[in-house]
Design a protein around this ligand. Structure first.
Ligand code: FAD
Ligand code: SIN
Length: 602
């Protein structure tokens, strides 16, 4: 990597928050380049969205599937993103992918081999060629994370990297507007860590919704910390729902069962549809072809929306559909599912379903936030000294709807680019408007970069009101505004995390309308008046911090969704159902989705 030489005695410190793919990889690169690196994670190192990734990492390597090209990967990403991507960021990500796949391999990641000696390449929805690298079949995230964690622990043992687990970042420290460290909770104490710059790699926010594929750590912490420090955010109306999350206990075809909050989520990877599985409704009828020519391999937003619309049409809006994986074994022979998808085979069996013989009940669930903290192509946010990479960031590569398996890749490429920028010694300035990053700025024609300027309570935006928590002192154990029900007077249901999640699913989920969003905004406003999500909870209870972060993120998401009075990508308004991109038709004819063959060349 191109890094400035490190002069002994002048090592600059990078604080990395989060131990998913973006944080682990960035921390390793920075430590190996000689920087003073401190990695914080709020749970154990393995607690991340990354750990649960199944399908894999998309990349066009030196020996791709015949006919596949980097240009085709770029075109697929732009098309899935509904014309809302930052084209330059997409080009960079797809072009530099092979460099970071090699980087992963250097840190010990081993991808599943194909028959020709190179890596096996899977196909996923909206990719025009098989280009998904995977590890351990459907255990890609765990295999990748485990290798990176081993490498991090080795460097910790060797003294080149410091590590704090169970360290819950609660605020960013700023001096003269420049981020100079983080405050975090650990063992009931609030501590401060100083650094020359902070890289937020805190992942997403699936816990905003009642049904999610994300683990418990996905509570929008990084976004909230960044917003409170004045950073711009972008594209928050675009939240992707994965079409096929197992509905436990749903049984055999028939009317749907309501899904509950506490069920353990199990994503059924898109790679299963890539291998040939199809979706059927409760009547056993295959329905996707009626909604999109790509059928089950249409872009993810389309498949989720089609399921929701189809269920509504059948009069069962809270129901589910079925994934038929039996057809895969019929086509590829007995034992194929267990070999290609060992984890899913076991996990579905644990749920009482033998998917070689039975249908799998599935429904959409909150999966991935395309929006986030606005960054440029070097991971810089609009606040000096603050970088962001991975799901917490919005580089614009994911547009209005992320292409499958492009998230792990984004975390790698932009995590590395942020480190390169930090190592070059220039982390001092916010990215200039209108040059290499602020797609939001140029798209909005000079409007403020942040959707946070949308109708939020004044208090929400006030970054100067952090309560003074004494560093090193035990903090109070309870505070107003936590997840315990509190009566905010005048509203209907009092605030709790569970109420928030239910409300977000009902009013800001797969299908939205102006009226639902207005109701959501009203409820959130009433809750915010009591919970005060614009401020840091004066509490040592990490859950209270998460609650405030979730509420702040929900307000920002709903405000952005209210502002966008059109349907685009994953943001679908039933009161304005036409796709606003206007480019989809053009794309469909220019770049037809042809598995294994691309019309483009590098
Ligand atoms: P994460 O992996 O989520 O890591 C965030 C880290 O930050 C965690 O360690 C967390 O504990 C820590 N953290 C959060 N808040 C704080 C705080 N306040 N203080 C300290 N630490 C904090 N994408 C693909 O490209 N391919 C796939 O096959 C794929 N499959 C998926 C399957 C599932 C079930 C899920 C949930 C997601 C999948 N995705 C996939 C999406 C992808 O996994 C994530 O977008 C990606 O892993 C995000 O990486 P990250 O490093 O940005 O964040
Ligand atoms: C999946 O395996 O279906 C998830 C892939 C992704 O989220 O990119």
């Amino acid at each position: 990597m191109s890094a400035a030489p490190i002069v002994p005695g002048t090592r600059r410190r990078l604080v990395v928050v989060g131990s998913g793919i973006a944080g682990l990889y960035a921390a390793l690169l920075a430590a190996d380049a000689g920087a003073d690196v401190v990695l914080l994670s709020k749970g154990q190192l393995c607690e991340s969205n990354t750990w649960y990734a199944q399908g894999g990492i998309s990349a066009v390597l030196d020996e791709p599937t015949p006919g596949d090209t980097v240009a085709a990967h770029i075109a697929d990403t732009l098309q899935a993103g509904a014309g809302h991507c930052n084209e330059e960021a997409v080009r960079l990500m797809c072009t530099e992918a092979r460099r970071d796949i090699a980087g992963l391999e250097r840190f010990g990641v081993v991808f599943d081999p194909g028959t020709d000696g190179g890596p096996a390449l899977g196909l996923e929805a909206a990719h025009s060629a098989p280009r998904i690298l995977h590890a351990g079949g459907d255990a890609t995230g765990a295999k990748v994370a485990a290798a990176l964690i081993r490498a991090v622990l080795a460097r910790q043992a060797g003294g080149s990297l410091a590590l704090h687990t169970g360290a819950h970042a609660t605020a960013l420290r700023q001096t003269d507007g420049h981020v100079k460290g983080v405050e975090f909770l650990q063992d009931g104490r609030t501590l401060t860590l100083r650094g020359d710059a902070v890289l937020l790699a805190t992942g997403g926010a699936g816990q905003l919704f009642a049904q999610t594929t994300n683990p418990a750590v996905a509570t929008a912490d990084g976004l909230a910390l960044a917003v409170r420090s004045g950073a711009a955010v972008s594209d928050l109306e675009f939240f992707q729902f994965h079409p096929t999350c197992l509905v436990p206990g749903a049984g055999t075809p028939g009317p749907g069962t309501a899904r509950g909050l506490d069920q353990d989520p199990l994503l059924i990877s898109e790679a299963v549809r890539g291998e040939g599985a199809v979706l059927v409704d409760g009547n056993g009828k295959r329905f996707m072809r009626a909604y999109h020519p790509g059928a089950e391999l249409a872009p993810r937003d389309v498949v989720s929306r089609s399921i929701a619309l189809h269920l509504a049409k059948l009069g069962d809006p809270n129901g589910h559909v079925y994934l038929d994986a039996r057809v895969i074994e019929q086509a590829k022979g007995p034992g194929f599912l267990a070999k290609r998808f060992p984890t899913l085979t076991q996990r579905t069996l644990d749920a009482g379903i033998d998917w070689t013989r039975e249908l799998v009940p599935v429904a959409p669930a909150a999966h991935y936030w395309m929006g986030g903290v606005l960054t440029d192509l070097h991971g810089r946010t609009t606040v000096p000294g603050l970088y962001a990479a991975g799901e917490v960031a919005c580089t614009g590569v994911q547009g209005a709807n992320r292409l499958a398996s492009n998230s792990l890749l984004e975390g790698l490429v932009f995590g590395r680019r942020a480190v390169e920028h930090f190592l070059a010694g220039d982390d001092g300035g916010a990215p200039p408007r209108g040059t290499d990053a602020p797609r939001a700025a140029s798209a909005a024609g000079g409007l403020p970069l942040t959707h946070a300027s949308a109708p939020l309570p004044r208090e929400t935006m006030d970054a100067g009101t952090f309560p003074a928590v004494l560093v090193g002192e035990p903090a109070a154990s309870a505070a107003p505004g936590g997840s315990r029900p509190s009566n905010f007077g005048g509203g209907s249901e009092p605030f709790s995390r569970e109420a928030l999640r239910r409300m977000m699913t009902a009013k800001a989920g797969v299908l939205r309308s102006g009226e639902l969003l207005r109701e959501a905004g009203d409820t959130l406003g009433r809750w915010a008046a009591v919970v005060r999500p614009g401020t840091v909870a004066p509490s040592a209870d990490a859950r209270l911090h998460e609650d405030r972060n979730l509420l702040l993120a929900a307000q920002l998401l709903v405000a952005a969704a209210q502002e966008r009075q059109e349907s685009l990508g994953a943001h679908y308004r039933s009161d304005c159902p036409e796709d606003a991109s206007g480019i989809r038709e053009e794309f469909d004819t220019t770049y037809p989705n042809r598995p294994k063959v691309s019309i483009l060349h590098d």
